[in-house]
Design a protein around this ligand. Sequence first.
Ligand code: PLP
Length: 372
Amino acid sequence: MSERISRRVAAVPPSGIRKFFDIAATMKDVISLGIGEPDFVTPDVIRQAGMASLTRGETRYTSNSGIYELRRAIIEKWAALYGVEYHPENECLITVGGSEALYLVLTAILNPGDEVLIPEPCFVSYEAEVVFAGGTPVPIATQVETLFQVTGAQLEAAVTPKTKAILINYPNNPTGAILTREYMTEIAAVAAKHDLIVISDEIYDRLIYAGQQHITFSSLPGMRDRTVIIGGFSKDYAMTGWRLGFALGPADILAAMRKIHQYTIMSASTTAQVAAITALTDPAAEDAVLAMRESYDTRRKLIVGGLGSIGLTAFEPRGAFYAFPDIRVSGMTSDEFAMTGGEGYVRMCYATAQSQIEEALERMRRFVQRHG
Ligand code: PLP
């Protein structure tokens, strides 16, 4: 047996972020701004709901699509917040994190060689997941000049007869960029012209600052039928370890995704699903989301101001919980600086204690002084 591992899988390098964590793990007294997850414990009311479900003995599989009441709660929330209606029966699927939803949609729509346009910098998993699903990722570099938004012209220039989909993520990991209606309209025009599917990863939808409002991509005229929304509980509700997410989209694509999910996963965690109903419907959970958002906002201002004062210009992130400073003043490559990120920039997650952010800024100030 000469090749034990499939070429498709062997071709994907291990995650660069892991390399950085492995190095950090060998050092003493490291302040990590590396991990992209909330530093909060899941709000108490949500944890209580999970525990109560276990106490009631709810330990079996749920329906493949997920608990109906949870699907209905997601749909009602999406309609109330963003004005787009979905049907709980066939346009919503509960998944193991947004990660599973992403994997399912790519596997459901791609034939070998189909191309997926991916604005970069982007979440580390996108390119690998496209390759695992048999497709070809086509990265498109976004620029700080357009506030890391992808333009219609950039997409248009990258479209070929093999292009099948555009994969966007706003609020964005790692830049913290959000997408204005103007740019969304440009993306929508390219999708409509070339009959493309839009996968819109909106996992940070509630984490948006500076008086901005999230706009769901499917609310744009003509986009509902060609858009699959990826959502989740990890970030907005500080539930990364519960592994719960969802997809919203047209019934034909959702049915194909459900088929893969049925055969590979069956159903997401029952406990997590029950807890998520409380996350969406209990006013105490909503209060907790707003309080966490306010806390991230305070830290966002602290890190952006601090980076500016040590000469690392940070584009103002208005979503998610990442700052993305320009580190070229240090004279180093991104890999040398932090071993991650789009070239010339590094990602810093500010979902970290304020005192740690302050100490990290002080250390970076000394570091930049030594190398600048
Ligand atoms: N999408 C983006 C942009 C992310 O940053 C992440 C996590 O970091 C995910 C999806 C996956 O989230 P989860 O699978 O925990 O829902």
